[in-house]
Write a protein that binds this ligand. Sequence first.
Ligand code: ZN
Length: 174
Amino acid sequence: MRDLLRAACFAADKHAAQRRKGGAAEPYVNHVLEVARLVADALDEPDEPLVMAALLHDTLEDTETTYAELVEKFSEDVASLVAEVTDDTSLSKAERKRLQIEHAHTRSKRAQAIKLADKISNLRSMLNSPPAGWDEARKLEYVEWAREVVAALPEPNLKLRVEFERTWRAFRGL
Ligand code: ZN
């Protein structure tokens, strides 16, 4: 439990200045807590490092955090899980989106759970508090891309898969 809270505090510190893109502009840490909770709720067997990695999943991509820092503060296992769900930020946004689909099948089963929970959280945001200035077409494009990423995951956690589909249906009004 201490390790989990350490990871939560680390994420809160690192994301302290960031807010979600949605109209409600929630603190970014709300997103990582939601992702971690989705992962924890969906697991059949406890996996604390995986829940810690879910808390930390955006630190490499969106903050100054380094891989070495995650290894030192947490563990190689946690750091490598975070790295698995991190895009190469030197690439264009379009290329990163394409690679998320193309590389989905190479992700470990545990990393796939984080990826899937992340997409659920993003879809919920798109539904409840979409980014200001995004028209329907842009939102739809995002949501359909997220669904393609999820469809490309070879071993998705089934509870999370069901929740993703439920959220996608709500978005599409189905
Ligand atoms: Zn995320």
